[in-house]
Design a protein around this ligand. Structure first.
Ligand code: AMP
Ligand code: TRP
Length: 329
């Protein structure tokens, strides 16, 4: 039996950026070959903050199409939309009753996101980590490929699962996060102290997978660095270190090889080679994306087929949980 991996991404009007891609999505493509993979566009998570109807609808298609474009194979992996599998909401209610307020109060993502909300902070935003725990636990997930920011949520998932198992007997598998250390935190191009983010107000901070070659060149050339000359891996030189990390992840070369290659050269050469390397990996994705997004009927067929398959596994888990609780099933 293959081990199970699960991961999720929020639908967003902005396409994923190279931080999402190098930190998480690229691993999704690689891992699908050796694992039973579930990849989920988490629209129920998206509505924990205010959304516009049309934008959200477009975003779900766009995110799904982009996952296919980067190489997720809908016949090999189960790639589905969260709200199509009702068991996610059902089990969330149940596991809410096994989650402590104190645990949710400690979640840093909640603290950050609620501080940013100008109007209301919904109960859904507070409960976000429980829905995420359910995503993971429904499919007996062993491994979750994510970026560093999600580790706290996964620890909570383990705690909830363990608490339920101890009280009622083994139902849930305890999952582990899989972090690729080197790319777990790709930083902003304009402020390398902060991580690259979809919602950055500064458009030069982030390279999106839908950016055209000229835009990528412009953003990389204007990335913040320092006044030193040499191109070297030096953690203290935040901006350069981040760019070199991206270069390394994209080319697969070692740090030594990269330093040798750029010895005697300056920022201009380095940045332009980095831009071209990025364009080269992004271009084929964009071509595929254009084809997928133009055919919503096919996207919907994949969505429905995979949701149907996911629901079979999810329903078994929910039934076991209900039975353990003493519900009449
Ligand atoms: P999100 O866009 O927040 O739904 O994130 C999708 C995935 O990308 C999650 O696994 C995140 O941990 C990961 N991720 C987001 N931003 C970054 C970043 N700057 N560097 C590395 N991984 C990231
Ligand atoms: N919270 C994750 C993020 O913001 C998205 C997500 C939802 C997820 N459910 C998940 C990630 C389950 C991994 C596993 O990136």
């Amino acid at each position: 039996m293959k081990k199970v991996i699960f991961s999720g991404i929020q639908p967003s009007a902005q396409s994923p950026h190279i931080g999402n891609y190098l930190g998480a999505l690229r691993q999704w493509v690689e891992l699908q070959k050796n694992y039973q993979a579930y990849y989920c566009v988490v629209d129920l998570h998206a509505i924990t903050v205010p959304q516009e109807k049309k934008k959200l609808n477009d975003s779900i298609y766009a995110t799904y199409a982009m996952l296919l474009a980067i190489g997720i194979d809908p016949n090999m992996s189960n790639i589905f939309v969260q709200s199509h599998v009702r068991q996610h909401t059902e089990l969330t209610w149940i596991l809410n009753c096994f989650t402590h307020l104190g645990e949710l109060n400690r979640m840093t993502q909640f603290k950050e996101k609620s501080a940013k909300q100008t109007k209301i902070v919904s109960a859904g935003l507070y409960d976000y980590p429980v829905l995420m725990a359910v995503d993971i636990l429904l499919y007996h997930t062993n491994i979750i490929p994510v970026g560093e920011d999600q580790v706290q949520h996964i620890e909570l998932t383990r705690d909830i699962a363990d608490r339920f198992n101890n009280a009622y007997g083994e139902v849930f598998t305890l999952p582990t996060a899989r972090i690729v250390k080197e790319t777990a935190r790709i930083m902003s191009l304009s402020d390398p102290k902060n991580k690259m983010s979809k919602s950055d107000a500064n458009l030069n901070a982030t390279v999106f997978l839908t950016d055209k070659p000229d835009v990528i060149r412009k953003k990389i050339m204007s990335a913040v660095t320092d006044s030193k000359k040499s191109i070297e891996f030096d953690k203290k030189r935040l901006g350069l270190y981040n760019l070199l990390g991206i270069y390394k992840a994209v080319t697969g070369e070692s740090e030594k090889e990269i330093e040798n290659h750029f010895s005697g050269k300056g920022y201009k050469e380095f940045k332009s080679e980095l831009a071209e390397a990025l364009i080269e990996i992004i271009k084929p994705m964009q071509q595929k994306y254009t084809t997928y997004i133009a055919d919503k009927t096919t996207l919907e067929i994949y969505m429905r087929q995979n949701a149907h398959k996911a629901a079979i596994v999810a329903e078994q888990t929910v039934r076991r949980v209900k039975e353990k609780l003493g519900f009449i099933i």
